[in-house]
Design a protein around this ligand. Structure first.
Ligand code: ADP
Length: 319
């Protein structure tokens, strides 16, 4: 193995740049050449590929987004698309790849491995929805952004004695809502992994108000419903002077937290070790604070499990 490529694919996440940098620096240290592939699999097929040098990488660790850009390219699910990508790998002499992305991106990486080009995957998404990893690259940064926003919303909720329903991202996963809810002392957390009881929530808010606790924050995951829809439901159960806020795409941006940068660096470093050992089709994770890997097929059969102990604990806090 002399040359490796790296691409970022699917939804972007803070810390992807730190991952690319780590892969490249470790590979350069091993005497390999490293190629950045722009726009995910779309750029691979188009041959939008350039050599990564220390100079290119110099200012990247602190930057949000992905300087390699990201794109969705459904054609890569078909063999013809994959073969076009492989033509480009041959043209550039790239022997192996690192893919930073989510579940869909891992499917592409596994196909390349099956075609004889070892590819390993790093979990890059703010949603934390990938199996066999306690945390994904970008989750911690998105969480910090959400917490910062909810703290601010709490200030105005307090001043005006209102109930705020705040929607956070996460696609089908409740992780961002669970962590952000606990971190901001939410009076209720609503996640796709658990049924919610609107009567119970409304009753609790009424009790709080009668006891003199006159503001509340409900954190809802986007995978359940919009903040607007939840507010409309809540309003049918009482006069809470409620407001709905969607934090939105600011959660996807920003300079990565130290934790995301370190996680990305450890995972990127390990990805190169796996490729050097001649391995591919593996997804890297962090489990119990250890960097681990699993065959991608195992991930596709497994579901991500949000930490629902957080949900139960928060409910107890609000009995
Ligand atoms: P994520 O990686 O965040 O789950 P997507 O599901 O959009 O995001 O996948 C990102 C890209 O991975 C797709 O645009 C496509 O290029 C590639 N991809 C997705 N599914 C497959 C598949 N079954 N086989 C090959 N490539 C795929």
């Amino acid at each position: 193995m002399k040359k490796i490529g790296i691409l970022t694919s699917g939804g972007d996440a803070p810390g992807m740049n730190a991952a690319v940098r780590a892969v490249a620096l470790r590979a350069l240290d091993e005497g390999l050449e490293v190629y950045g592939i722009n726009y995910g699999y779309a750029g691979l097929v188009a041959g939008d590929i350039f050599q990564l040098t220390r100079q290119v990488l110099a200012d990247k660790i602190a930057r949000g987004g992905t300087f390699l850009y990201s794109a969705r390219y459904p054609e890569f699910a078909k063999v013809e698309g994959q073969l076009k990508g492989i033509e480009q790998l041959k043209k550039f002499g790239i022997d192996a790849l690192v893919v930073v992305g989510g579940d869909g991106s891992y499917h592409g990486a596994l196909r390349l491995t099956e075609h004889g080009y070892n590819a390993v995957g790093l979990p890059g998404t703010i949603d934390n929805d990938i199996p066999y990893t306690d945390f994904t690259i970008g989750f911690d940064t998105a969480l910090s952004t959400a917490v910062d926003a909810i703290d601010k919303i709490r200030d105005t909720a307090t001043s005006h004695q209102r109930v705020f329903v705040v929607e956070v991202m996460g696609r089908g996963a409740g992780d961002l809502a669970l962590w952000a809810g606990v971190a901001t002392g939410a009076e209720a957390i609503v996640v796709p992994e658990r049924d919610y009881d609107i009567d119970a929530i409304a009753k609790k808010l009424t009790e709080y108000r009668e006891a003199g606790h006159d503001n509340a924050v409900i954190v809802i995951a986007e995978g359940v419903m919009s903040a607007q829809d939840f507010k409309a439901e809540l309003d049918k159960h009482g006069d809470f002077d409620s407001r709905a806020t969607t934090i939105g795409h600011v959660q996807r941006g920003g300079s990565p937290t130290a934790r995301d940068r370190v996680l990305a660096s450890k995972m990127g470093n390990y990805a190169v070790e796996l490729l050097l050992a001649g391995k591919g089709g593996l997804a890297i994770g962090i489990e119990n604070n250890q960097i681990t890997h699993h065959p991608m097929e195992e991930l596709f059969d497994e579901k991500h499990h949000a930490d629902l102990d957080l949900y139960d604990m928060n409910n107890k806090f609000n009995q």
